[in-house]
Design a protein. Structure first.
Length: 255
């Protein structure tokens, strides 16, 4: 086996939550390009069907499973349907996320709860559901999408709930890696910097000074250049990596 072969996911099945747009869509495509059969979880059925069709046009195998990550029944169905369609599951990418920009004194309880529900509680519940299966089968790789916001405080926009949720995701990642490592299950997080998606309006001039000019690489990242990091963490290329938070931020957190 060559070093490059270790990145291949041939024969594996990978599930990506929030996979219908943004980073999740890019992660799903990259995992499929690496050889995995992919299950895309999401709320937008039309976008899910379109993604499956687009991937199929490129000879890639994917299935869409509708559901909300904050609904326990939907999470259970995501696992059940994956096993029904593909007969196995090897990789979980916990990607679905939400952000509210507001100064702390203006964050409502509803805003706070929404961000924590999607970014932390759902990540925990989806990880627990798939982790139970992975522990029983003695193998599996979980990639939680954290953020550099779990390590620094972003400027100029304030987003205290988001920052707190992502810091918690990083430490939940370490906790699960510690517990499930003996069972052969790896758990890692990816902490991206500013990547162009609906969530990050990287082209907006009001953010240019602090988001772009403050970064050592002096630019934002693209989904395409981030996605291979997920393939690395999902695959045997990272077989001795667990409990890690891989930062991919153009150097932003170096300062
Ligand atoms: P987007 O807002 O572009 O996409 C978010 C995705 O999450 C959508 O597919 C959305 O689905 C899904 N989602 C949100 N809530 C739910 C829910 N309750 N149930 C199911 N799916 C849900 O964000 P990004 O692609 O930018 O972000 C993806 C992940 O990466 C997030 O965890 C985010 O925090 C993280 N991240 C992003 C960075 C960036 O700069 N873009 C930087 C660091 C981290 P729907 O279409 O139904 O709304």
């Amino acid at each position: 086996m060559t070093s490059l072969d270790r990145f291949l996911l041939t024969g594996r099945v990978a599930v990506v939550t929030g996979g219908t747009r943004g980073l999740g869509a890019g992660f799903a495509r990259a995992l499929a390009e690496a050889g995995a059969r992919v299950v895309i979880g999401g709320r937008d059925e039309a976008a899910g069907a379109e993604m499956v069709a687009t991937l199929a046009d490129d000879g890639l195998t994917a299935e869409f499973v509708a559901g909300d990550v904050t609904e326990d029944a939907d999470v259970a169905r995501l696992l059940a349907r994956t096993l029904e369609v593909f007969g196995r599951v090897d990789v979980l990418v916990n990607n679905a996320g939400a952000c509210v920009h507001a100064p702390a004194l203006e964050v409502t309880d509803a805003d706070w709860q929404h961000v924590i529900d999607v970014n932390l509680t759902a990540v925990w519940r989806v990880a627990r559901t798939f982790g139970r299966h992975f522990v029983a089968q003695g193998a599996g790789s979980i990639v939680n999408i954290g953020s550099m916001s779990g390590m620094i405080v972003n400027r100029p926009q304030w987003q205290p709930a988001y920052n707190a949720s992502k810091a918690a995701v990083h430490h939940l990642t370490r906790s699960l890696a510690a517990e499930w490592g003996p069972a052969g299950v790896r758990v890692n997080a990816l902490a991206p910097g500013y990547i162009k998606t609906d969530m990050s309006p990287v082209d907006d001039p009001q953010f240019r000074r602090q988001w772009i000019e403050d970064a050592p690489l002096q630019r934002y990242g693209t989904v395409e250049e981030l996605a291979p990091a997920v393939v690395f963490l999902a695959s045997d290329a990272s077989s001795f990596v667990s409990g890690s938070v891989l930062v991919a931020d153009g150097g932003y957190t170096a300062f």
